[in-house]
Design a protein around this ligand. Structure first.
Ligand code: FAD
Length: 497
């Protein structure tokens, strides 16, 4: 058995950001060795234009590329376009859909996650994960007068802002919007933007726009339906025309503190003789009064709305299923493959990175795992480093990117930077918040504990990210600065130089 373990190439499963980054890094480290990238999707995701914005903040574009581009760049990477249907961990081999077996000496599982759907198998409930599902959503939206969005994370936030010409009922289980990213104050700041008509022209997208080319469409039919494609990346909606049938821009009604109780198809609902509510806003001439809808949704607050379809944006579940049969993996509470500080799963020679894994090391006090593309890249890169070190009987020092949680994104056209324990996650009641807000311009919140900065939310062009990143990293005692810390008349950067 030992002999079998040292033979075979490094094998990486998954052509998303984590898998591709891992394979690339292995290819660079071991130019003489073959690296096998096995993926269910016909295209791979490549990180391009990588920019280290500050010590920890990073920005990059994500490009969908045919796998041949990766093979041409790295002659020692061989891509196999076939989903893994079984893992035989004892034999150190994987079995692909095409029936072939591939022996590995070390394996890294990067198969991503799947959207958690509020209801499986209902054609009126859409989830958005990859290019195909985003295209399907766009197709349905073109014919829609009213849709319901369920969920309160990043995808829901982006959708409600981007959709035009269609009534949107947004059902969230929290008190305030964007609960995953913001506190109620930040939500309030953003909501005024959401409720105003979208007057400014859409700013040019800096990032790659996703398109589905004919070549890929053809390939797509080969991919098995149950195999998920890669998750979309930044500006995933940039290439989509998210417009319904009507001429207005935003028309949003938010139902808070509720979940979906039941979904009725039209025939079912007609028999029940229940009356649905009309759209609660009168921002535009409603075209939906007395309309008969294809589907009706009953919320846990008792309200019933009709709509053309629902979007389920209620988070993801790690895509571990294909690898579990016959293998005794330790799983995290969120269902991911548990990994230690060397990105090792609980089974020998099997590593995991990206959305599929659950980080189970003792984290830095200002880092937490979130299933985001920056972390997918960092984990893929670090896993390759650990796999290489293990081959030499060594271990790797934890990468610096795991010292501080840092995420930069865009919501409602505002730049949003999240640092450390930006929502006071896990800090209990023993913390203070400091706020600075200029309506329509910026929202700055810092989380302080024992005089130290633990986290920050920066919305708008605040220019504070680098200074705050340093203050969180060096854990300087800031007690004596008090409110000056957020005084707009004080140049905070000079203060700490
Ligand atoms: C709509 C949407 C918007 C998002 N927006 C943002 C955002 O703005 N910012 C952000 O940071 N993050 C965002 N995310 C999250 C981000 O896209 C993911 O965290 C990231 O892409 C995860 O990368 P990954 O490589 O782990 O997995 P994935 O990108 O999902 O890749 C998984 C790969 O595994 C392959 N695979 C699956 N099963 C098998 C199998 N059995 N055998 C072989 N291969 C298999 C798939 O084909 C795919 O190539 C968004 C996600 C979605 C869905």
């Amino acid at each position: 058995m030992e002999a079998a373990r040292s033979v075979g190439p490094f094998v990486v499963v998954g052509g998303g950001i984590a898998g591709v980054t891992c394979a690339e890094q292995l290819a660079v480290t071991f130019p003489e060795e073959d690296i096998l990238l096995v993926t269910a999707s016909p295209v791979i995701k490549a990180v391009t234009n990588f920019k280290q914005v500050s010590k920890v903040l990073e920005e990059f574009d994500v490009e969908e590329q045919p796998s041949t581009v990766l093979e041409n760049r790295f002659p020692n990477i061989k891509v196999i376009e076939s989903g893994v249907r079984q893992l035989k961990s004892e034999e150190h081999c994987i079995v692909t859909e095409d029936g072939r077996q591939h022996v590995y000496k070390k394996l890294c599982l990067c198969a991503g996650a799947k959207p958690k759907l509020i209801c499986e198998g209902n054609p009126y409930v859409l989830g958005i994960r990859d290019t195909d599902s985003a295209q399907e959503f766009q197709k349905q939206l073109r014919k829609a007068k009213r849709i319901m969005i369920v969920g309160n994370g990043g995808i829901a936030l982006e959708l409600v802002y981007e959709i035009e010409g269609c009534e949107v009922i947004w059902a969230i289980k929290d008190k305030a919007i964007g609960n995953t990213f913001f506190d109620a104050g930040a939500a309030e700041f953003l909501i005024s933007k959401l409720m105003s008509e979208k007057s400014e022209a859409k700013i040019a997208h800096r990032r790659t726009i996703y398109t589905v080319e004919g070549m890929r469409k053809e390939n797509r039919t080969k991919a098995k339906v149950e195999n998920v494609g890669s998750a979309l990346g930044p500006d995933w909606h940039g290439g989509l025309d998210l417009k319904g049938t009507e001429e207005f821009s935003h028309s949003i009604h938010i139902e808070t503190k509720c979940e979906v109780k039941k979904i009725y198809l039209q025939e079912e609902f007609t028999i029940m003789k229940k009356k649905p509510l009309t759209f609660p806003k009168d921002q535009h001439k409603s075209v939906t009064v007395d309309k008969v809808w294809p589907v009706y949704v009953e919320l846990t607050n008792g309200k019933i709305y009709g709509c053309d379809f629902l979007v389920s944006a209620t988070g993801v579940t790690p895509n571990v299923h294909p690898f579990l049969h016959g293998n005794n993996f330790d799983l995290g509470e969120d269902g991911g493959l548990k990994v230690d500080d060397q990105m090792r799963t609980s089974l020998p020679d099997i590593y995991a990175a990206g959305d599929i894994c659950t980080a189970c090391w003792q984290p830095s006090p200002v880092w937490q795992q979130m299933r985001l593309w920056t972390q997918a890249r960092q984990m893929g890169w670090y896993a390759a480093k650990c796999m290489a070190a293990a081959g030499l009987g060594q271990s790797s020092d934890m990468d610096f990117s795991f010292e501080l949680f840092a995420h930069v994104t865009k919501f409602f056209n505002y730049k949003v930077v999240l640092l450390g324990k930006y929502n006071a996650q896990g800090l209990g009641s023993d913390h203070e918040l400091m706020l600075r807000c200029t309506r329509g311009q910026e929202y700055v919140k810092v989380v302080m504990q024992n005089g130290r900065m633990m986290g920050a939310v920066l919305i708008g062009e605040t220019d504070l990210e680098e200074t705050f990143e340093n203050l969180i990293l060096n854990q300087m005692d800031l007690s004596s600065y008090g409110e000056d810390l957020l005084d707009p008349d004080i140049d905070i950067e000079d203060y700490f130089d």
